[in-house]
Write a protein that binds this ligand. Sequence first.
Ligand code: KIV
Ligand code: ZN
Length: 534
Amino acid sequence: MSNNTDRIIIFDTTLRDGEQSPGATLNIEEKLTIAKQLARLGVDVIEAGFAFASPGDFGAICKIAEIVGTENGPIICSLARARHDDIKAAAKAIAPAAKGRIHTFLATSDIHLEYKLKKTRSEVLAIAEEMVAYAKTFTNDIEFSPEDAGRSDPEFLYEVLEKVIAAGATTVNIPDTVGYTTPSEFGGLIKGIKENVPNINKAIISVHGHDDLGLAVANFLEAAKNGARQMECTINGIGERAGNAALEELVMALHVRRQYFNPFFGRPVDSEAPLTNIDTHQIYKTSRLVSNLTGMLVQPNKAIVGANAFAHESGIHQDGVLKNKLTYEIMDAQLIGLTENQIVLGKHSGRNAFRSRLKELGYELSDTELNKAFVRFKEVADKKKEISDWDLEAIVNDEIQQAPDLFRLELVQVSCGDRSRPTATVTLRTPAGEELTDAAIGTGPVDAIYKAINRVTNVPNQLIEYSVQSVTAGIDAIGEVTIRLRHEDRVFSGRAANTDIIVASAQAYVNALNRLYGAMQGERQHAQMVGTRE
Ligand code: KIV
Ligand code: ZN
């Protein structure tokens, strides 16, 4: 890749920085599902995880490298601290990919050097250089990030960048780790790097930014105008704290305003050639998939992918749009793949019609997944006469959601009303195969169900978020329940969809508990393995 690229390279870090959002923990199968969709979306690089961080991360990167990292697929990348063992693990994890990248990082701001690393500038300079050279012994494609670059002394930053490029870094990424800079400052930082790092033409300048002040995307656009050619972003902007720059916002800003940005890429103003390789029609679907699997809901007023992003509420706006869409719309909803909510199937529809509509919607399910989803479809179609594309999506997302099946919900029954105390009975199959039933009284039916489930599972947790959304309008709509629960300092999410929101609530809770229980088991096994090694 030359650093003179006249487009933006999209580096997606949903599976690494995005997964650092509290409660967004994904298992290997879910990461693979998202990675496949990111490849369909057309991202250039997938940062699939942080190989050294956990056996789960390592396994997910290997699998994504093997299955998604084909010759024509995206580059598969692993993060690594600037340490030998981290870099070695990253190299091993990306090895199955046709094109693999090691992304190593080390902080350069004085505040990080003094309090976190307890190292001098010259020590940091030497480590950065040595670790990039070490990473280079595994692969040619090396990215280096001076963490907290946004608050680093520019003169020291120039020195570090020059050294790591000389040592073999092919991409230098400039992170605004704490989301502190403003657009003109960030643009100025990139300009300064271009002007003051003598060998900068040997590397691509990348940017990475957090949204603590809501400026991440604006910062990136300013960076693009000043020569940055790779942008690190996440779907729906998920990520550490306030999240990362949102891929969909960045891509659509570059697309809708391409005439404004073209000259900064050396193109004629009216060039229609896209500034990224993203297939914008895949944006909405990718957003829904990531939201469903991570349990991170998208706020209704979120730019591009929020439920209200293309809705016109006021009479004046509606009137204008009816006369001419351009009065209040700057882009067509179809551009991001938002189709009309078509009524497509009913209870007489067969497996072939079901399969082919899913295919048209871009879902490629294995035979087992298809069979499971078809059984669910028939159950829903029995209760709900008309099944729309959005219902199909909810059904399929339920089936491909891979919360480990440790506790299985066999029965849920509630009794409630204004004259009775909400009471729930649940039957669960435990991981040991035992069927256990218990009952509880609660402040409402959902509270009663959760108390009854807790009595059976005995996994300590605190419910911190519960939300119900209806997939379509109408009294027979499917309800989607998303919950988040806390165990010690970790958050786990669960999601389920059903025409009965009581059943969906119970299932979402069991899904979240299964993730929590699975993580506890994984940690126990890891501790045992480490114990045996020592
Ligand atoms: O925010 C940050 O600085 C990062 C680096 C590891 C690139 O995520
Ligand atoms: Zn980050």
